[in-house]
Design a binder for this molecule. Sequence first.
Ligand SMILES: [Zn+2]
Length: 328
Amino acid sequence: MLPNPDYPRRSFFYGSGVLVFALFVALQLAWLGSWFWTSFIWFFRRRPNPRPAPGRVTHAAIAEIIAAVQLGQPSTEGRYRRCTRNLDGFVLADRVYHCTRTGQHFAVYDHFCNWMGGIYLDNLKPFVAAQFYMFLNAVYFSCVSIYRLAAQGGHAWFNFQGAALALCLLVVGFTGVNAFQCIQDLGWRDRVAAEGKYEKFFDVARTIPRGRNRDPAVDFFRLASSPWDQGSGWANLREVLGDGVWKWFIPFLPPSRVTNYGKRRGGESDFPLGPFWRQVEAAAERDDRGELPVELTPWLFRWKPRTANRRGQGRSSGVDAPFVGDPG
Ligand SMILES: [Zn+2]
């Protein structure tokens, strides 16, 4: 029952009304703000077709690595991975995927959302925030609706309260599952659609620096776990949403992986590699497959091509790829 307006403690009642309204305003700003910012980034600040930074550890399909090495010509950035969609042959950086709507390529591209535009690295955080705040909105409106309905008289021509309650539970359930899956896949696991659903493995190449007594070589790894996994769900959330927990809830604050993207000149990879990768690397260094983690499929080998083009060696690009061919 609603309190009687003549009830002496009406100031408490109006106070809580103001609080409920303030919560309403805050939730609308959070939800619509996240939505707006996700779309704004896509339509006005889009960064398509990122140039791969030179890196020793590169994401690549095994077949493409073999083909490139046999031709003596990976890309000039030392990359083996090329887009095979629409035959555009674009050289792809780590975790860059093809968008069929635009025909362009985006880092950690997840999917094209008809409500907000393409979801990728730059707007992934506001997108996750929008799903989360949409769920909070559903909870809020359900609570207000149920509270208001509870005060209605029970003389309706059908069970209006029961139907409204069922609808509230349905909306809360739907938005809750949606937000949970979104946070779990994109945040906790840090895997976008292409990585979680379509590519079951991460094919990775590591170029071996040319030593005095060593031939140039490339190590191939087919991993059942992401080499960019930071080791725990919390560490992945810090990577995706920002390094401070309070920043996670502000969609306009980009995490450092967005602001630093493309600046890793001479780094290992376009995204920071995680502890799982370190284990793999250490096991490969010892040449001991038996010590490899169980998540790794037992396919690891070293490629030493006979027809490496030695003329490309004196290159000043700082790229550690041994098979860069002569452009002429
Ligand atoms: Zn493409």
